[in-house]
Design a protein around this ligand. Structure first.
Ligand code: AMP
Ligand code: GLY
Length: 428
C-alpha cells in the first residue's frame, strides 16, 4: 500500500515511523515532512490546504491511503473537495469532512453539539459586535477566573484566562473589536472555569464505531512547574495514573459514546481521529475542547504504545470496518520531552546546525521543526524535536528521554526538565 501523510511536525514523524513498520507498506510519502521524515519515506513539497495539489500528489505516486495530520486543511474542506471528485472514489482518507471538522473549527458549534447530546462541558455564552455591551456586563456579573475563547481557529492561542475582570473585558474588546484573530475572534465564548486536572483522550472513528487509543498528559507551559507562556506542548506522558479504568469507563460512557453517536445522528462524514481535551473535576470528566486530529506532542507517546499494525487501523477507519479490527496496546509507559529553540514561544532563531549523536540507542527521536539542507540538519521551527522513551514505568521512560535529550545539541536548545512532575506527586 502507498501512503501519503499530510503535515510536517513531530506528530507526522511519529505516524510515519509507525506506518513504516507495517509489512503492508510499499511506499511512504510525507507532505511537506521535515528533516526526520525524509529518512522514512519521500518528502513531497506541496500546499497542504490545496486539494488540487494533494490530488496531483495522490495521482503521481499512486497513493492508496491519505492521512491528514493537522486540522487546517480539514476545517477548510480539503477532504470534501477530494471526495467529491469521482476519480478519487477509491482513495482511503483519514480525516473528517468540513462538517465534522467544525467540532474543532468552531468552539460555538462544538458547544451546541455537546449541549444537544448531553456531553459534560463548561457552561458558555457567546458574544460578538452586536451584543458586546451585554458581554462586558456578563463578565462583571461572573466570578473569576474568566475564560474567554475565540470561536474559530487561532493556532492554539485563542483561549485567554484571567482573574481580573477589567483584563477580561479588555481581552473581549481586543478579540471582538480589535479582531485579534481576525474572523476567528468575531465571536467569543465566555466559559465557566473548570478547576481540575487535564487529560488528552484519543479515538479513531469511522463515524459509527470507534477504538480508544492510549490517553496522555500534555505539558503546555514553557516553564518548570507549569509556569510561563503557553506553547504547542513541551512534553507528554502515557499512560496517566489518574485515568484509571473507572474514570476511563466514565469518559467512554459520558463523552466518547455520545460524541460518536452525535456524529452519526448529524450525518457527518467522519473518518478520522477525535482528540478530547478533558478536565477531570472531582471524579467527573468535562470536555474543554474537541480537536479533529491527534495531539502534538501526545502522538509521540500514544503511537509508540500501539502494538497493532497502523495501516490496518487507519484503513478500517477510512473504509468503515473498525468493528472488525483489534487494537493491542503496550502496557509500558512512554514519555516524550520536546526540545525547543531558545526564545520559543516568543521570538526565536532558525537555521542552527543540530548535532545529533548517532547512538541514541534507547530513545526514539521524532523531528518537528527541522530541515535538511546542503547535507546538514538544521533547526527550522520553535519546537525542534521530541525525544521519546519507553520503559516499564515513568521513571525508566523519562531517564531514556532525558539521556537522549543530553545527546542532541544546537545553539540555544531549551527543554523542560520536569515533565511528569505532577504525576509523580500522584504516585506514578
Ligand atoms: P485550548 O486551547 O482549548 O486547549 O485551551 C487552552 C488551555 O486553557 C487548556 O489547556 C486549559 O488549560 C485551559 N482551559 C480551557 N478551557 C478552560 C475552562 N473552561 N476552565 C479552565 N481552564 C480552561
Ligand atoms: N498538545 C495539544 C494539541 O495538540 O493541541
Amino acid at each position: 500500500m502507498n501512503v501519503l501523510i499530510i503535515g510536517s511536525g513531530g506528530r507526522e514523524h511519529a505516524l510515519a515511523w509507525k506506518i513504516k513498520q507495517s509489512p503492508r507498506l510499499t511506499n511512504l510519502f510525507i507532505a511537506p515532512g521535515n528533516g526526520g521524515t525524509k529518512d522514512l519515506g519521500t518528502n513531497v513539497t506541496l500546499d497542504i490546504n490545496d486539494a488540487t495539489q494533494i490530488k496531483q500528489a495522490v495521482r503521481e505516486h499512486g497513493i492508496d491511503l491519505l492521512v491528514f495530520g493537522p486540522e487546517e486543511p480539514l476545517v477548510r474542506g480539503v477532504v470534501d473537495k477530494i471526495k467529491s471528485d469521482p476519480d478519487y472514489s477509491k482513495l482511503l482518507i483519514v480525516g473528517p469532512s468540513a462538517d465534522g471538522a467544525q467540532l474543532e473549527g468552531s468552539k460555538q458549534f462544538a458547544k451546541d453539539f455537546m449541549e444537544k447530546y448531553g456531553i459534560p462541558t463548561g457552561k458558555a455564552k457567546v458574544f460578538n459586535k452586536q451584543n458586546l455591551e451585554e458581554g462586558l456586563a456578563f463578565i462583571s456579573a461572573q466570578k473569576p477566573p474568566f475564560v474567554l475563547k475565540a470561536d474559530g481557529l487561532a493556532a492554539g492561542k485563542g483561549v485567554l484566562i484571567t482573574k481580573d475582570p477589567d483584563e477580561a473585558k479588555e481581552n473581549m474588546k481586543d478579540l471582538i473589536l480589535g479582531e485579534k484573530f481576525g474572523a476567528a475572534s468575531a465571536n467569543v465564548l465566555v466559559e465557566e472555569f473548570l478547576d481540575g486536572i487535564e487529560l488528552s483522550v484519543f479515538v479513531v472513528t469511522d463515524g459509527k464505531d470507534y477504538k480508544i487509543l492510549p490517553e496522555a498528559k500534555d505539558y503546555k507551559r514553557i516553564g518548570e512547574n507549569d509556569t510561563g507562556l503557553n506553547t504547542g506542548g513541551m512534553g507528554a506522558i502515557s499512560p496517566v495514573i489518574f485515568a484509571d479504568d473507572k474514570f476511563m469507563q466514565k469518559v467512554e460512557q459520558k463523552v466518547i459514546r455520545p460524541t460518536v453517536e452525535g456524529i452519526a445522528k448529524e450525518g457527518m462524514d467522519y473518518h478520522g481521529f477525535i482528540f478530547f481535551g478533558l478536565i477531570k473535576v472531582g471524579d467527573e470528566p468535562y470536555v474543554i475542547e474537541y480537536n479533529v486530529r491527534m495531539g502534538d506532542p501526545e502522538t509521540e507517546v500514544v503511537i509508540p504504545r500501539i502494538k497493532s499494525d497502523l495501516i490496518d487501523l487507519l484503513e478500517a477507519t477510512a473504509n468503515s470496518t473498525l468493528d472488525q479490527v483489534e487494537l493491542a496496546i503496550d502496557p509500558n509507559t512512554a514519555t516524550t520531552v520536546m526540545m525547543v529553540a531558545g526564545g520559543y514561544p516568543e521570538k526565536y532563531d532558525k537555521g542552527h546546525v543540530i548535532d545529533l549523536e548517532a547512538s541514541l540507542n534507547d530513545a526514539i527521536v521524532f523531528h518537528a521543526g527541522t530541515a535538511f539542507k546542503d547535507g546538514k540538519l538544521l533547526t527550522n521551527g520553535g519546537r525542534v524535536m521530541a525525544i521519546t522513551g519507553l520503559g516499564k514505568d515513568m521513571k525508566e521512560a523519562l531517564s531514556k528521554s532525558y539521556e537522549g535529550v543530553s545527546k542532541v545539541k544546537w545553539i540555544g536548545k531549551n527543554f523542560r526538565s520536569d515533565i511528569g512532575f505532577d504525576l509523580k506527586a500522584l504516585g506514578q
